[in-house]
Design a protein around this ligand. Structure first.
Ligand code: S3P
Length: 437
């Protein structure tokens, strides 16, 4: 699998907090993480492909990238000259994680930065992170529309505080904890439900102190230097999810996906497929930089059984709900997902897109304000034909390609080039697997 997107973003951004040279092995070489890399390079961090020279040219096809990072610590980031005549422009592309976690770092730096993104990212809510950062003392000016990119953030004078987040967002939690490392006093962040804990695992790996109790995490300002450390990034469970579901819905499948992240904060897809009757086992379980990693073995069941996804479970696999919806469509019985209004806040409105795409396949779906219900057909195949909209959203496009495998007629699939956002080469990997390569 390509490197884990969430862990790659964090390994990169947190390396700006460290001093020294480090290597990130197996980083995700896809557009979202390239956005993070380009923002950090503009701030003066040295990031190069480990194989040197023309390494950047290979990244669009491999999905895994080894990087060398050299950092002199946050106090020596080299942006002052370039911000003399106005804010330094940083482009987060399509990546919400880049924009939000970078905002936390930028709020801690004494400069002015203009953050911009593509059309989809410019529609997404940034208040969730910029309101608490403003409360800490960052100055935020929206350039076009309130609460959305592009915006200018001025940092460097932060006061810690207590933040009870209204939404279960690991991105916002990460941004505030990073900002807290630069703030005066303590910064305490509480999430309303459990979220992926890659930030805390990376902090442990780097020796950045924090206190965590349940849903609450507290940091204090960094005092000494944090020494740079190598990261090894596991395969991305969110990318593996497409193969797990493909295996679950294609009779006779028997698949091993090696070296995938098995963080329980990302455990929804495996838990749900197991409940649906799919045999999934973990082998070779180990910890890599505090992150659980394993080889995942999946076998197609004779039939799939419907299941519900509860609100507490949703943050443990919000990105996997589009592909899980496809499994629900072929299961026996009614599956219901609730507490998933956050689906509307992603790269597209995934809630309505999931429902429309399945409805176009003749599947009975009910769209609710905070989720959806699917009446499974218990059939092995979808009728096919009909529009499968991708809306420039990588996860909808990958779901469409998997749906195509079980469609009687070709789908009218939208543009799939957006898959490069998280998994360049997905189409070829899927086709190779189906061909038994
Ligand atoms: C991410 C957290 C999730 C997820 C996103 C990556 C992260 O977003 O949807 O793809 O790396 O922290 P939220 O935590 O904001 O819901």
């Amino acid at each position: 699998m390509p490197g884990d997107k969430s862990i790659t973003h964090r390994a990169l951004i947190f390396s700006a907090l460290t001093v020294g040279k480090s290597r990130i092995t197996g980083a995700l070489g896809a557009l979202d993480c390239l956005s993070t890399i380009s923002c950090l390079r503009r701030l003066g961090l040295m990031i190069e492909p480990a194989q040197g020279g023309d390494g950047w040219r290979k990244i669009s096809t491999c999905g895994r990238l080894d990087l060398v990072v050299k950092s002199r610590g946050p106090a020596h980031l080299d942006f002052r000259e370039s911000t003399r005549n106005g804010p330094l422009l940083l482009d987060a592309g399509n990546s919400g994680t880049t924009m939000r976690i970078m905002s936390g770092l930028l709020a801690g730096l004494p400069g002015n930065f203009a953050l911009a993104g593509d059309e989809s990212l410019s529609k997404r809510d940034m208040r969730r992170v910029l309101d608490p950062l403003s409360a800490m003392g960052a100055t935020v000016t929206y350039r076009r529309s309130e609460g959305r990119a592009p915006f200018i953030i001025g940092g460097g004078n932060l006061q810690g505080g207590r933040f009870d987040l209204p939404m279960a967002s690991a991105q916002v939690e990460a941004a505030l904890l990073v900002a807290g490392l630069f703030a005066r006093g303590k910064t305490t962040v509480t999430t309303p439900a459990r979220v992926r804990d890659h930030t805390l695992k990376a902090f442990m790996h780097l020796g950045i102190p924090f206190i965590n109790e349940g849903l609450t995490t507290e940091v204090e300002p960094l005092t000494g230097e944090i020494a740079a450390k190598d990261f090894t990034v596991p395969g991305d469970i969110s990318s593996a999810a497409f193969f797990l579901v493909a295996a679950a819905i294609m009779p006779g499948s028997d698949l091993v996906i090696p070296a995938v992240g098995a963080n329980s904060g990302r455990g929804l897809v495996v838990a749900v497929l197991r409940r649906m009757g799919v045999e999934i086992t973990y082998a070779n379980e180990r910890l890599v930089n505090f992150e659980p990693v394993c080889d995942i073995h999946v076998k197609a069941p004779d039939s799939l059984t419907a299941t519900d996804v509860s609100p507490e479970e949703v943050p443990l696999g919000i990105d996997e709900l589009p592909i899980l919806a496809l499994a629900f469509a072929l299961a026996k019985g009614r599956s219901k997902v609730s507490g998933a209004a956050e689906l509307k806040e992603k790269e597209s409105n995934r809630l309505s897109a999931i429902c429309k795409n399945l409805a176009n396949q003749g599947v009975k779906v009910e769209e609710m304000a905070d989720g959806f219900a699917v009446e499974g057909s218990a059939a092995a195949l979808l009728p096919g034909g009909g529009v499968w909209a991708t809306e420039g959203d990588h996860r909808l496009a990958m779901t469409g390609l998997v749906a195509q495998l079980v469609a009687q007629k070709p789908l009218e699939l939208g543009d799939v080039s957006c898959i490069d956002i998280s998994y360049p080469g997905f189409q070829a990997d899927l086709a190779g697997l189906v061909a038994g390569e």
